[in-house]
Design a protein around this ligand. Structure first.
Ligand code: PLP
Length: 420
């Protein structure tokens, strides 16, 4: 199955209702332009902004101390953890919030450096954002273990699962992959990858940063041992979510203070002091998702609401983006990385290489034309080099979220047509 499809009756995402939940679309604040930079950072929903403001206004003291306002702060932080654990279908102690995904993986890499034995092997890809590969590559080498690289196809930038089984052997301990790449947008087959890893007694680490804004996954069902993503791309606050399933959590050397005894991701694997207000506000985006579910007569159960709403998002994103793919097939001088059609496995994110055009200049021209987008290597220089694009030159990236609409796409096509 691809990204979610609505389970109930076929229905359409109510975009005016969606946009009412985002102050960025209010007349008062209106971000003047057509937004195509969601993969860099999405607009926060009103529920996230209100929760953060309210925390600062009403309970910004050291949480967990025995006076009422401190207990309120603590309760809000615990509620965020409880809400996200339910949404992702994992246990509360298997989930922690850290400053960012890069920082969370950096800490994890340190734990793996202590845990790996000389001669062990770790599979990484050259499709990843550097945060899911750089620190881990260094840790593996420092442990005397070996990196095995699963490489993308040079014409598309996609990972071919047919090449993967041969990379596993009895020494493989871990595989690190992106759920979907921040350059190609295409979903990797995580259930298959996890199955292969388990069959070889290896663990799996999945970077869901690019994927989760389009499909809040059932991480429990997915089976990955580690799952990470960044809330500031999921309409929320600037925090990273890190899930480590208990079987691995119990084995990995603790990165927190020696006196932190609990088997809990927050205690063992987040050495930074938590950003209380952001953690306290981290659950509010799930209130938004539940409001969307209620508005569309979907389940009130938090996990099911996430699945159902993800199906609505994906159907909407695929519908509005179709004319853009159709248009691009008519353009011989524009190379689109990844799959060249809208399909069930694609997130609405396009990396373009326009012949003889500097992507930075094009991004600037598009921004002037009110198409808010960006260019560069997006911290994924390895995949660009692998598909024959100079990382320093980079690509133009156009990334959407469910709050985009058909008018955004028409404006983009018109601007691309004029400028390229
Ligand atoms: C696919 C992917 N992984 C990881 C990261 C790093 O996330 P963070 O900014 O939270 O460190 C990003 C950031 O853009 C990303 O796109």
């Amino acid at each position: 199955m691809g990204l979610r499809s609505p389970t109930a009756v076929i229905m359409k995402l109510d975009i005016p209702f969606v946009r009412q939940q985002f102050p960025a679309f209010d007349d008062a604040h209106r971000v003047a332009g057509h937004a195509f930079d969601a993969a860099a950072g999405s607009f926060p929903c009103r529920q996230s902004i209100d929760a953060l403001t309210d925390f600062y206004a009403n309970c910004k003291v050291q949480p967990g101390n025995p006076y009422p306002v401190s207990e309120i702060g603590q309760a809000r932080m615990q509620a965020s953890k409880r809400q996200w654990a339910a949404a992702l279908n994992v246990a509360e102690h298997e989930l922690g919030f850290g400053p960012s995904t890069t920082q969370n993986i950096y800490v994890l890499a340190n734990a793996f450096r202590e845990w790996l034995q000389p001669g062990d092997e770790v599979i990484v890809t050259n499709q990843d954002h550097e945060s899911n590969t750089g620190a881990m590559r260094r840790a593996v080498v420092a442990a005397g273990a070996h990196i095995v690289e699963w490489q993308v196809e040079p014409d598309t930038g996609l990972l071919n699962t047919e090449n993967l089984p041969a990379l596993f052997n009895a020494r493989t301990r871990l595989i690190c992959v992106p759920h979907s790449s921040n350059i190609t947008g295409t979903r990797n087959d995580i259930p298959l990858i996890v199955k292969l890893a388990k069959a070889h007694g290896a663990f799996s680490l999945v970077d869901g940063v690019s994927y989760v804004p389009h499909d809040i996954p059932d991480v429990g069902a997915l089976g990955a041992d580690i799952y990470l993503f960044s809330l500031y791309k999921v309409f929320s606050v600037h925090q990273g979510v890190m899930v480590i399933r208990e079987g691995l959590l119990a084995q990995l050397p603790k990165q927190g203070h020696f006196f932190k005894e609990t088997l809990d991701v927050a205690e063992r694997m987040v050495p930074a002091g938590p950003d209380h207000a952001q953690v306290g506000a981290a659950g509010a985006v799930l209130d938004y998702i539940q409001a969307l579910a209620a508005h569309h007569n979907m389940s009130s159960d938090i996990g099911q609401a996430c699945r159902d709403v993800s199906g609505l998002w994906h159907a909407h994103e695929n519908a509005i983006i179709k004319p853009l793919f159709d248009y691009l097939t008519t353009r011989q001088n524009i190379r689109l990385l990844g799959a060249r059609t809208v399909d069930a496995d694609r997130c609405p994110l396009l990396a373009l290489d326009v012949k003889d055009v500097d992507p930075e200049v094009l991004a600037q021209q598009l921004c002037t034309a009110n198409i808010l987008c960006s260019a560069g290597h997006f911290y994924a220089p390895r995949i660009l080099a692998a598909v024959g694009i100079e990382p320093d030159k980079g690509v133009l990236r156009l990334s959407m979220a469910h709050y985009n609409d058909a008018a955004d796409i028409s404006a983009l096509i018109a601007a691309l047509d004029q400028l390229t």
